[in-house]
Ligand binder design. Sequence first.
Ligand SMILES: Cc1cc2nc3c(=O)[nH]c(=O)nc-3n(C[C@H](O)[C@H](O)[C@H](O)COP(=O)(O)OP(=O)(O)OC[C@H]3O[C@@H](n4cnc5c(N)ncnc54)[C@H](O)[C@@H]3O)c2cc1C
Length: 678
Amino acid sequence: MKVCLIGAGGGIGRQLLKTFSEKHEVTAVYRTLPVTAPEGVVLARFGDDAGLRAAVAGSEVVIHAALDQKSKGKAFTTSNRAVTERLLDLIQPETCRLFVYFSSQVVYAVLDAEKHPVQGEDAVLEDRPGLDAYTKLKLTEEQRVKEVCAAKGIDYLIVRPTVVMGPHMQWSSGIVGAMRMAPFGLKGRTINLIHVADLSEQLLALVERGVKNDIVNLGDLDVTSDEYFRHAAGLAGRPIFFAPGWLTGAAGKAIPSTLWFFAHDVTVASDKVRRLSGVEPHRQLPDFFEPPAKVVVARDLDAVREIATSGKPFHTVGRGYYLWFNDRMSTDQLVMEHYAGVVRQDEGHITVRAGTTLRGVLDHLAPQDLTLATLPEFVDISAGACFFAEVHGSSAEYISVYDLITAIRYMDRAGVEHHSQRNDFEWDRLRASHDIVVTEVTFKTVPNYRLANVIEWHPDSALDEYVAGGYQKNFSTTVHWYPRSRELMVYNVNPLDDAHPKDRGPFAPMRGSPAAMQKLLLSLRLRGRLRIVGDSEQVLAPWTGVPAKEIVGRFFRDGRRRVRNLEVCVPDYHAAKFVEKLRGRLPQMALKAGQGVGVRFTRSASSGRGFVWVEMTSRDASQMHALVEMADEVTGGEYWVHRGKYVPSTVSVDHLFIPRSLGLPLTTAEPKTEESKT
Ligand SMILES: Cc1cc2nc3c(=O)[nH]c(=O)nc-3n(C[C@H](O)[C@H](O)[C@H](O)COP(=O)(O)OP(=O)(O)OC[C@H]3O[C@@H](n4cnc5c(N)ncnc54)[C@H](O)[C@@H]3O)c2cc1C
């Protein structure tokens, strides 16, 4: 059977794609094309007229499971109506035998709960006032689908899912997240749950069994709202508070029709789908929720092996800063921070366990008058993270700390630990797949040296000169640009060739703070002195940790409107154009007073490649998305996003690390590693 699935990127669509493509030929239609898709699936973009036409014309079953939730207000209805009309226009009886439309149980919101305590597909849906846009949309579109299909002589199937549950779904993972913030629930309602995997099986069976010109609820288990909320709160680790009866009654009137099942105690019938599809899920309430993610703290390799070989997805955490800026992850977590310590040190190299921080490395090296040749401004960063993220400051000699790594040990998903000497070709592949746990990292070391930082303020027109190559005059140039006050703060860092009475020792300047605060702080700390002078690491990396890390982390991770930090990198030959474009776009980006843009410069002395890094911190994610879009437009796709900071979901893995083996195909490299089971 040839199936065209519209809305393949949505929560339901992704599972439909999985279920249908296992047995049938599927063309998956997306609003934005994904980076990967199941093997054998043909991809199409809804906005590509010819592609969409061909996808629909080439399929005997067309499933419309798309919903534009981004459009708000009137645009919500207009945009969604347009999608459905487009599809109804494209289907033709010569090619399409069945049009499947995803409606919803919300259509029952029109019914009087007193008269209809059980809502079945045969209910007569009288209109009634007080319906929200989503309910009206589904009611209107059900009618349109029936009309158009009848007129064209094409069979239809309308499905009305109940409350859809499953990984990342609003009513399962979402409600558990909500319970962490506000563990409140309503009592005395009946909710019908359907797991997205069962829903897909039900639909597949209905289509394969030839059910047509019919309406079928896709539902499974009735639970009480008491049980449902109590279970979700339990998973969130919070005690549940139920609204008192009088409040539940009063709230019922204010509940939008999309959530009608919280306003009335009614049951949605699910016997028809069982009968027609033959699918009997037998789930109990806990089976509708994701099991709580496991956290494994690695103190030895056995713990790493346990999670690496579990066969389940997991994410590795160094010090965990990337979790501050990105959406919560529901997979198991491997925490590496206690797998730390120096393993060995030989001539010019130091080997540490992956959870060791750069601070730990520097503390070990400093008494021997040794250091690392490039550093970020902040050194509470794990060695393991330096393999995957481009951890950088400003440097005339290295792109990032990654370039100081000469060897690693890592564990693969079979639980085998490998030793791998630097091999750009192989390491690009490892960084792209990110399917390993780095267990040890070897960095090259250099003799310590002294640096001086001269901080200057300029009008922001001076930025162009730095970006055009002026940054190369310094050993390290870091810029903080305040577009609203049109000024630029610049750290000019250079090796020290003299001592001066007007020098002062290193301190941690608050580079991200508003200009006025920054100036005040600098004048208090510098007190007329001109240069900040010290050992290289004290000047390059004045930040050794975050005070009250847990509390600050919670503020970043759990805040209602989260603060995010994103850094985008472009090759220096695109940088002038990128900055020009950014300057032009800034007025529309609505920067807050005091909000600045960090600009850092790195170069690889050995290859002559130069890079400009542009960083923003904001509660407004659209500013960051605009930054990435501009980088993409200006560079034609030759840009990177810092993997240890906010990574928008549209950014694919090839934009998360700068390949060092230029021009070589990544997929064909054979790993040359030595295996060891330790
Ligand atoms: C206050 C502050 C200041 C910062 N300043 C700078 C700066 O000056 N320059 C800069 O470049 N960045 C800076 N960053 C960003 C920082 O580099 C990233 O957040 C980095 O990821 C932090 O390291 P981490 O040990 O917390 O790694 P995590 O954030 O925990 O992990 C980062 C990535 O590495 C992976 N990973 C970590 N360890 C392993 C392992 N052992 N095996 C496999 N994968 C692993 C993770 O899965 C993840 O993809 C700053 C961040 C903060 C919070």
